[in-house]
Structures are given as C-alpha cells and as structure tokens.
Design a protein around this ligand. Sequence first.
Ligand code: ADP
Length: 361
Amino acid sequence: MKVVLQDLTKKFKSRDKKGKGEVVAVDHFTFEIPDGELVGLLGPSGCGKSTTLFMICGLQKPTEGRIFFGEDDVTELPPENRGVGVVFQNYALYPHLSVLQNITFPLENLKGKDKLTKDEMKEKAMEAARLVQIEKLVDRKPGELSGGQQQRVAIARALVKMPRVLLLDEPLSNLDARLRLQTREEIRRIQKETGITTVFVTHDQEEAMSISDRIVVMKEGVIQQTGRPQEVYENPVNLFVARFLGTPQINLFEGRVEKGQLLIGEEAVLSVRGVEDQPVTVGIRPEGFLLREDGPLSLDLVRVEVMGRDISVVSTSAVSINPTVRSIIDAEMRLQVKEKKVCFALRPSKVLLFHKETEER
Ligand code: ADP
C-alpha cells in the first residue's frame, strides 16, 4: 500500500500565554512512500515529525493537503477506519489485562461481517505474538515484562488487524541501549516479513539511517531532503542535513576557493575544478582524513581515542568552526606527531563545500 502525502500543512494556535499567532508545525509536506517500504521521519525535537504521523493515522486533521492510501483518499476518515496500526514510545498497554488480552483488544470491537469468534481472536493474537516472538509470555501481565518485551506486545497489538500502514512514533526511546538495538533489528525483520508500509518517527539519526529504506529529514516543519540513507549522508543538500547525519558529526572549517584550489587557512588542501572563487564552509566527514606525514592540513593534536578497529584522532585548529576536529583512522596506521601536530590529506568524496551565505551546496 503506497502512501501519498500531498501538500500536508498543519497549523496550531500558538501555545504562548497571550494565545496570539500560530505555529506552522508541518509546512507543505509532499512525499510518496512506496509500497512496502520503511520510511524514517527524522529531525530535531519540534520539527513536526509527530504531527505528520498523527495526520497519517487520523489523530490530527490537516489544515491543508490530502492523504492517500493507494488510490483511497483517507483525509477525512477517522483513525479506526483507516486501517493503521500505531505504536507509541510509552507502549500504552493495559496493565490489568494479560499480554494476550492486550493483543486481542483491537479485535474486540469489530462489527458486522468482520466480527470474530473468541477462538478466531485468540488465533490471530497468537499469530501476532509469534511474529514478534513473545508467544511464551502471553499469559503474563505487562508489569511482568521487560521494556523491550512490552514494546513487542505493543507492536503485536498494532499488527493484529494486519493494518495497511504501520506507524511507529519514537518506539525505542524508552529502551536501554542494548534493547534499543535489538528491538530495532526486530522491527526491521517484522516489517520485511509482513511487507507493511511503515513510517518510523525518530530524532535519532543513527536509528533512522540503520533501519530505513528511505529517510525524510525535516526542519521547522519543512522537508529538507529525502532519499536512501547513504545517498543523503553522502550528498546532503545543505549544512543542516550535513550536520544532522553522521556520528561523529561532520567537521566544519572556514575555507575559500581560489583558482580551482580549496584553501583552508593558507594551505591548498584539495583541487576543486569548476568551482568559482568564493569563501566557503568546508565540511569534512570524520572518515575523510588520511594520515600523511606531508599532508597539507596540519592540526593540533589533543588526544587519541582507541575504538577497537578504528582510532579517533581529536585535534583543534584555528580555522576549524567546531572547537574540536574528529577524524576516524584505521588503527593500523601509525600516527606521526611532530611538535604536537598531525598532518592529513583529504579524501575528495568526503569533503563537501557549502555556500557561506545560503549554507547550501
Ligand atoms: P516533533 O515530533 O518533531 O518533536 P511535533 O510534531 O510534536 O514535533 O511539533 C511540531 C511543532 O508543533 C512544535 O513547535 C510544537 O510545539 C507544535 N505543536 C504540536 N502539537 C501542538 C498542539 N496540539 N498545539 C500547539 N502546538 C503544537
């Protein structure tokens, strides 16, 4: 089931005390989610991710724009008639009901020809429980489960009616790091197995990059960029996207282009043919630095952090915009330090130039 979001806009009355003005939470959001894909909606807190998700599930009505599931215009439909399954951050399970009863719950109120017998309900609930691998826990109460198991119950409950679209709002935020990783892989597996078109909201770029077929990066209600995670990482359209994606963050330097050469400080660090002479902001991904004794970019070493296969070299420079520069180097490389300086050459594909004023590429 493809999902088409057409010019979606949501305005709220401002929450400030005077009650004046309005907030444009989502601003002309247009995007098509291909059938069977998992799309990550990504951006900092307050950028409009949840509002977009709520409009898709029907809990918020768009101020403008339309929503289609396949050819079906669902813009005016209430949530229960849209065929969506929703999972929230806080699981929202009924504490006094067993796991099985929690999963069965959405089936209880089916009417007319959709009405199920008790046995049919149980069978469907067990099927959903098996899908998320909690079939051995169905007689317990939610309070007797770990956070990760509770979230699986919530996912089973969202899947029990085999929704047309699955919506996940920060589903991993309440889990500790290890469970977060495990549950994220689990969600990916379930999504692949069922082939349900899925929207996954998160502020965590690593989470979105690892789980999504496609990501949508938002800022202040506006889509900045959409694409495959790797594409967007390698080719961000502006400084905001470049900084938002990647750990450690992209390193920024003041630079300028002169006669086909990129200068950082007074050193020509790379040739950049076809770019007009101008001041630029230079973004260098941590993996873009190559240790070279005679490399043109010389930085002041602060410390070296060993991270298993790689080492992270932390340095500073008067021409760097961030207080420190982080580069990731193969641990096999020998670090040559002369008078506390380390020298690097740069991998051209990992160096991104942004216009000083517009912050665009
Ligand atoms: P995110 O999910 O990315 O953190 P939200 O969609 O929750 O962002 O919010 C987007 C913007 O809309 C924020 O500025 C938020 O304060 C505002 N907003 C969200 N819901 C309401 C509401 N019910 N009333 C007023 N403002 C709201």
